[in-house]
Design a binder for this molecule. Sequence first.
Ligand code: NAP
Length: 253
Amino acid sequence: MTPTPSRTAIVTGAARGIGAAVARRLAADGFAVAVLDRTEGDGKQTVAAIDAAGGRAVAVGADVGDPDRVRAAVDQVAAELGPPGVLVNNAGITRDNLLFKMTDDDWDAVMWVHVRGAFLMTRAVQRHMVDQGWGRIVNLSSTSALGNRGQANYAAAKAGLQGFTKTLAIELGRYGVTANAIAPGFIATDMTAATAARVGMSVADFQQAAAAQIPVRRVGTPEDIAHVASFLASDAASFVSGQIVYVAGGPAA
Ligand code: NAP
């Protein structure tokens, strides 16, 4: 018998930006969505938008790098929305600096959220996926995985997530679980707005300069990423696993 696809999704870092767009999209696709961010309050706006569109969502607070909070959050989601079958590891931060100025804390903070966070979340959720015989893991990598000046920590984390994704695909495929990564290029969010501020440019000028370097001559939107996440989370994507999908308005490498 073919397992029934789960209708519960968890999206981390879903208070804003890409995570919020992915959460809204998965809700529109019919998933009950756990909007996970550092605090429950952070996720309220995304939950309200999903409610207003007729979807179902709850806000869940957890630092993805804290194993106790992660375990409690996943238990809460399973109890309130049903066992999760989709996990989007999207929570992220940047602590950019040239290598010689990068502090131990800059390095650890980025590894904490992206690599440790994705590991802890996936370890906590996979048992629900294995029990159901169905699961979809989508990790947010980045074109920075290919190398980016001022981002030694972030590039290492995003490249690490690619190896993590491929290993999950190998280990979990036999249980009906796929794992893929989306590697966005420049997406207009608070994260890239913060980068503009760091380099002393207005957001508009920064985006215009970025767009000039992108083959399709525009920067990306959170919805560009949400479309791809929606496909990778769908039952139709069951034969796509261990892939890194660059979503960057052109070839990334
Ligand atoms: P964003 O607007 O900065 O949103 C990130 C969200 O993650 C925030 O709500 C943030 O909460 C949350 N978060 C951070 N650390 C967390 C933690 N330890 N536990 C729980 N939640 C946490 O970022 P974005 O631009 O949407 O990026 C989303 C993902 O895409 C990230 O993984 C990023 O690296 C990746 N990405 C983005 C771009 C881009 O151009 N924007 C390109 C490539 C990849 P706080 O506000 O409390 O920190």
